[in-house]
Unconditional design. Structure first.
Length: 302
């Protein structure tokens, strides 16, 4: 991709693309480590421990308070994000990677609607077109599998968990956007594992499984990749309107298809490739729409 074009891509979009790739890696690691018999709540707890240590160290490096200013909203963000994470991990562990990602990635639609209602954000035409292209792309990818013969093969508990994860993620994103005006990104990220750790330990109970070396390394990478994803997400929400930033998170679907093929020998069908193409087209429409909008604002200001 030409450097000239990359320089015109909004910073928030770059952060969201980085976040999407990191979360795709995280999903692959979650699916891999679940094959070692590690319970979902233990995976969430391990991810929270890694993230808590990294976030705390980053806050201390910045020499700011770990507790932030708007504690109630920070706790709400932590609760919403933690419950969404549990649902997403359960869906990833019990569904094929592509299907789990597709179902969970309805959250940008929820985010755009919630941002419109609660943040009073105007949705640009390019973002609307992007969302439409992405939704159509997702439908093209999933519709061949949503026939009367194969729907029963998908566990409804897992499907419901994926959808609840999407809604919870959207709620968390909107709260992050509200907090971004008063809180440091490291503090916002810190509250996520701060809530997720005790919550996951409580639900885990006596089901703890001692991981071997390979499983332990995978758990560590789950935490690291999720932390990178969280940083990218938080930075994106601070520098871009919520609906536009999360529209690009659909690219994680494409990343997940590639990783699913590499790690789990999941061969994408022609419908998957067709849907992925529509998603990429939608992302480019959003990029060019953002560039055109910024140029228009600049010319109006001058």
């Amino acid at each position: 991709m030409p450097t000239h074009f990359i320089n015109h891509v909004p910073v928030g979009v770059r952060y969201m693309l980085m976040s999407a790739f990191a979360f795709a890696l995280m999903s692959s690691c979650v699916k891999l480590v679940s094959t070692y018999g590690i319970p979902v709540f233990e995976i969430v707890a391990a991810r929270a421990v890694v993230s808590l240590i990294i976030s705390y160290a980053d806050i201390k490096r910045k020499r700011i308070s770990v507790w932030g200013n708007n504690k109630k909203l920070l706790i709400a963000r932590g609760v919403a994000g933690s419950l969404a994470l549990i649902c997403v991990y359960f869906a990833v562990a019990t569904l094929p990677l592509a299907e789990a990602t597709i179902l969970q990635y309805l959250h940008p639609v929820f985010t755009a609607l919630l941002a419109l209602v609660f943040l009073r954000e105007r949705i640009q035409l390019s973002t609307i077109i992007c969302i439409v292209f992405c939704i159509v792309g997702l439908l093209v990818m999933v519709s061949p599998g949503l026939t009367f013969d194969s729907t029963a093969a998908l566990p409804w508990l897992s499907v419901t968990a994926a959808l609840l994860g999407a809604l919870g993620s959207a709620i968390a994103y909107v709260i992050v956007k509200r907090l971004s005006s008063s809180e440091d990104s490291s503090v916002i990220i810190f509250y996520f594992p701060l809530i997720a750790l005790p919550l996951s330990v409580l639900f885990l109970g006596n089901d703890f499984v001692m991981p071997d070396t390979e499983a332990l390394l995978l758990l560590l990478f789950v935490g690291i990749s999720t932390q990178v994803g969280q940083i990218g997400l938080t930075k994106a929400m601070q520098t871009e309107v919520a609906s536009k930033a999360t529209a690009y998170s659909y690219v994680q679907v494409v990343f997940s298809i590639i990783l699913g093929w590499l790690f789990f020998s999941e061969i994408p069908s022609i419908w998957t490739w067709a849907g992925g193409t529509l998603i990429i087209i939608g992302a480019f429409i959003n990029v060019f729409g953002s560039i055109k909008f910024k140029k228009l604002k600049t010319s109006q200001a001058s």
